[in-house]
Design a protein around this ligand. Structure first.
Ligand SMILES: Cc1ncc(C[n+]2csc(CCOP(=O)(O)OP(=O)(O)O)c2C)c(N)n1
Ligand SMILES: [Mg+2]
Length: 431
């Protein structure tokens, strides 16, 4: 058969050949780049959530491997037996304190709402446990366990909720908005989601200017991590190599919006790739996994190696706050995560599996936590409300008392001449 004549264009066949050649060249130039996200989990839950519309109402249905067997706790590479027991104790106190707060609310003693971290105790307690006392924490509303680990008492938290005069903000602010920049190195939570991230990055920068690389830790939810300020803060920490440890608490819900309707990536840890920082996935119900990832991230931070994003996967086991019955959550999802309860599983690990606690020792420990909590609850309930005439006072400090002292050393550079300390001075007073 005679060969069909090639159609010619104004540029002729030479041009086609050139295009084909350049396409082939481009193809040979394209390389698949691969990135890694470490995944510490022993189980990778797989289920799907679908939104079903029923006229004007919307509900969610869940499908997938909901009957999968419960994973074991992963042995920690770093925690000793004693440290595991200590974290377990914090987790117990965290849970029991929240149960007490729920009762105080129902008795009408709480001013405002109550927020719970039920199911998230391992994440709060084991992450904060990885910080050294002179490092910094910026908790969110569900991280009451982190506050306990940093040295706030259950009474501090309960009195804060009840707006008592003896609470950290002397009854002038409700729920979570308190910290301690003097001794516990805790930045007060900021309700505008994501805003704590640049603040904590700034704390790390401040320490760097004083000659010390420290770890600073904060949290963001699956919902909150979509805010612009999350990007800005983490990107700033990344380019400045600041020791920020960001725990992305993926508890599957932001208010009543399921995670599946908030982002398209499979795992939020993938976002670390775009920041150029390590991303790690942990089972947020396993304190050993949370601690190990947080400890490694803190070590990187202390070595001046920059931030780490840790995605902790778990489930918010109550509504957004006490007013929210979470009826939009499919019951099967609650049942699935109930079997993965962080405290019950860690108890089983310590008592039955490792035999690090006998049954009697475990019961004694629980009774001690109960007694401590009961004493603190009684003290909080009995303590007075603030006097009306004190209402005009400051929520964090009184006028004129504000004094900022360098925590680590006198900054060597980057301080305006007017703010530099003079011979014999120990503090800069902000007027
Ligand atoms: C910038 C900003 N937008 C909206 C809100 C209102 N808001 C408070 S909590 C919340 C849901 C947060 O969900 P998530 O980040 O997943 O945290 P979770 O409550 O699940 O711990 C929203 C939208 C806010 N506080 N800040
Ligand atoms: Mg959430």
């Amino acid at each position: 058969m005679p060969k069909k004549k090639q159609p010619t264009t104004t540029h002729g066949t030479t041009n086609h050949r050139r295009i084909r050649k350049s396409q082939a060249d481009t193809k040979s130039l394209i390389q698949q780049r691969t990135y890694t996200v470490a995944d510490y989990r022993l189980e990778k839950p797989s289920f799907e959530l679908r939104q079903v519309r029923d006229g004007d109402t919307v509900r969610y249905e869940v499908s997938g491997k909901l009957s999968a067997s419960v994973p074991p706790i992963r042995d920690s590479k770093y925690l000793s037996k004693q440290q595991c027991i200590e974290i377990y104790r914090w987790m117990l106190l965290n849970r029991k304190m929240e149960a007490a707060l729920e009762n105080l609310y129902k008795q009408g003693k709480v001013v405002g709402g109550v927020y719970f971290g039920l199911g998230q105790e391992a994440c709060s307690c084991a992450s904060a446990y990885a910080l050294k006392p002179d490092e910094w924490l910026g908790p969110l509303i569900r991280n009451q366990g982190s506050l306990l680990v940093r040295g706030f008492s259950a009474a501090d938290i309960m009195m804060q909720y009840m707006a008592k005069a003896g609470s950290p903000t002397k009854g002038r602010d409700a729920s979570s908005h308190f910290g301690d920049i003097q001794t516990r190195n805790v930045v007060a939570p900021i309700s505008t989601l994501g805003d704590l991230i640049p603040v904590l990055a700034g704390v790390a920068l401040g320490a760097r200017l004083q000659g010390k690389d420290i770890a600073v830790m904060t949290y963001i939810g699956d919902g909150g991590q979509s805010t612009g300020v999350t990007y800005e803060g983490l990107n700033f920490a990344a380019v400045q190599n600041l020791g920020l440890v960001l725990l992305v608490e993926n508890n599957l819900w932001g208010y009543s919006t399921p995670a599946d309707m908030q982002f398209r990536v499979k795992d939020l840890a993938e976002r670390a790739i775009a920041y150029g920082i390590p991303g790690i996935i942990v089972d947020g119900t396993d304190p050993c996994q949370v601690y190990d990832a947080a400890h490694e991230a803190c070590q990187r931070a202390r070595g001046g190696e920059g931030p780490t994003l840790i995605e902790a996967k778990m489930m918010r086991m109550k509504g957004h706050a006490i007013h929210d019955a979470a009826e939009y959550v499919p019951k099967a999802l609650f049942e699935y995560w109930k079997k993965r309860d962080p405290i019950a599983r860690f108890e089983d690990y310590l008592v039955r599996q490792k035999k690090w606690l006998t049954r009697e020792e475990n019961e004694k420990l629980m009774a001690e936590v109960d007694a401590e909590l009961e004493a603190q609850r009684e003290l909080s309930v009995a303590s007075p409300l603030p006097s009306p005439e004190s209402a005009a006072g400051g929520a964090y400090c009184e006028a004129g008392c504000h004094e900022i002292k360098p925590k680590y050393a006198i900054p060597k550079f980057g301080i305006k001449k007017s703010l530099r300390l003079r011979e014999g001075e120990t503090a800069v007073h902000l007027k």
